[in-house]
Design a protein around this ligand. Structure first.
Ligand code: IMP
Ligand code: MG
Length: 178
């Protein structure tokens, strides 16, 4: 599919399935080196990261755990600034090596909220693995260690990313048509 229509907007193909999987393999290999024998706890941020989390975690070798957390903060095509509570964390992360799995880091506001909440629970370390990173939009200084793909400031859908709830099931990533 070259073009898709979701609600009132049209999107063009931008990153194909193969490019997505290759970029995920690269960061998985690096994580496998960096976290060897550390039993990392991956925390996928719902809803957007669920496909990326599955494909990344499938490629993690050795002992590792995964769980999911949620923070609703985004509506429509621009960040609202409205940040909600972190929910779903049942694991004790004290002394654990945590890797947050995000679909996309845009301004970094969502990530900062998650980091602040998790830091208070005294993990041994926290790193971030994101499928997509928008460097021109990022406002925070916290380093994002594992970036599968850097993208420009366009609104994207597919492979977990949505536009008002739709588009998450697209196998490729699509860019909004201006
Ligand atoms: P941030 O707080 O500005 O970094 O935004 C992070 C969240 O906004 C992501 O986890 C996504 O849910 C959403 N988001 C940011 N950019 C896009 C996009 O291009 N498409 C779909 N969702 C996005
Ligand atoms: Mg998200």
């Amino acid at each position: 599919m070259q073009t898709v229509k979701l609600h009132d907007k049209t999107f063009d193909i931008f990153i194909n399935e193969q490019q997505i999987q290759e970029s995920i393999s690269k960061i998985a290999q690096q994580i496998n080196i960096d976290y060897k024998d550390k039993n990392p706890l991956f925390l996928g941020v719902l809803n957007g990261s669920f496909l990326f989390a599955a494909d990344l975690f499938r490629q993690i070798e050795g002992t590792a755990e995964i769980s999911f957390i949620k923070l609703a903060s985004y509506h429509g095509t621009s960040t609202t600034g409205k940040i909600n509570q972190l929910i779903g964390l049942n694991e004790d992360i004290d002394g654990r090596h945590v890797i947050i799995i995000e679909d996309i880091v845009d301004t970094g506001i969502t990530l900062q909220k998650i980091m602040n909440d998790l830091q208070q629970k005294k993990p041994a370390s926290i790193a971030v693995a994101t499928l997509l990173f928008k460097p021109e939009s990022y406002q925070k200084s916290y380093p994002v260690q594992y970036i599968a793909m850097k993208v420009a400031n366009d609104f994207l859908v597919g492979y977990g990313l949505d536009y008002n709830g739709q588009g998450r099931n697209l196998k490729a990533i699509y860019k909004i048509k201006e």
